[in-house]
Design a protein around this ligand. Structure first.
Ligand SMILES: [Zn+2]
Length: 278
């Protein structure tokens, strides 16, 4: 398992889903983004559901829970997701880690593609997928999900978090929050008002899960962002700030949906930022 200071860190990539490339790049012309990520015949591009596992020695933390089991056959087909996929706990077990040892689950935000593996449907009942874990998510995301805004209500599925909030298993956090010594959630508005990035620091090394602030490495230019972003000017400001810090500190970075597990960031006078293989 790759090492980060005294921690171990691993990406778990559930599968890929295919989503309209134009939606992922907003105002960027197709002629430009399609050179970075070639689309299929329906203009869709592949996106990974990236989850990260961190072992500190005394805790096992899972960041994001991905696809889950709440999308029906038609929706899966529309996204080119196989009809049957392995569950996230099974995928984690296949990497040699007992999913029962996960005692903390963190969601950067509550869009369905980041937290649908939080829970498992059993008939009418909804059960936690990680029974020993305490779950953490941004309070503002949970409140926004319940506002049912016509713009993005479709991105939220209550069964991913409400049963956990009701049973007291999910802590809704505000502002900058230290989950454990060295593991922090920090509010970074842009994609949504309350999305959080997750940082892990150990023995002078820093990992940063950038979530949908930088969904893929192709989104490193500050103005290249999904059409979904609710606050584009804040995305630009926060990308500049966080990627600048990542370049300066030589952080190990993880992205919401890139096929690569990790990259480091270099400041580039022409392109602002470029990725360095990690
Ligand atoms: Zn999102």
């Amino acid at each position: 398992m790759p090492v980060l200071g005294d921690f171990e860190i691993l990406r778990v990539n559930e599968t890929a889903y295919w989503w309209d490339g134009g939606a992922l790049f907003g105002v960027v012309p197709r002629t430009l983004w399609s050179r970075r990520i070639p689309p299929d015949e329906l203009n869709r591009i592949p996106l990974a559901f990236n989850c990260y596992l961190i072992r500190t020695g005394s805790h096992t933390i899972l960041i994001e829970t991905g696809l889950g089991d709440k999308r029906d056959a038609r929706e899966r087909e529309r996204m080119r997701i196989p009809a049957v996929t392995e569950s996230l706990p099974a995928m984690i077990a296949a990497q040699g880690i007992d999913p029962e040892t996960i005692d903390i689950v963190v969601n950067s935000h509550l869009h369905w593609d980041h937290c649908s593996g939080n829970t498992i449907l059993r008939g009418d009942a909804v059960e936690p997928a990680f029974p020993r874990a305490r779950y953490y998510a941004p309070r503002g995301e949970w409140e926004h999900a319940h506002e049912r805004n016509v713009r993005d209500a479709v991105a939220y599925i209550d069964a991913n978090y409400d049963p956990l909030v009701e049973s007291g298993r999910m802590t809704l956090v505000e502002g900058d929050y230290e989950v454990l010594p060295g593991i922090r959630m920090r509010t970074v508005p842009g994609h949504t008002r309350d999305m959080m990035v997750v940082t892990a620091e150990s023995a002078g090394e820093t990992f940063c899960f950038l979530s949908d602030l930088v969904p893929t490495i192709a989104h490193l230019p500050p103005t290249w962002m999904p059409a979904f972003d609710l606050y584009p000017l804040e995305t630009i400001a926060n990308k500049t700030k966080w990627l600048g810090a990542a370049a300066e500190g030589n952080w190990l970075c993880g992205f919401g949906h890139d096929s690569a597990a990790f990259a480091r960031i270099a400041a580039d006078p022409k392109k602002h930022f470029t990725a360095v293989a990690a």
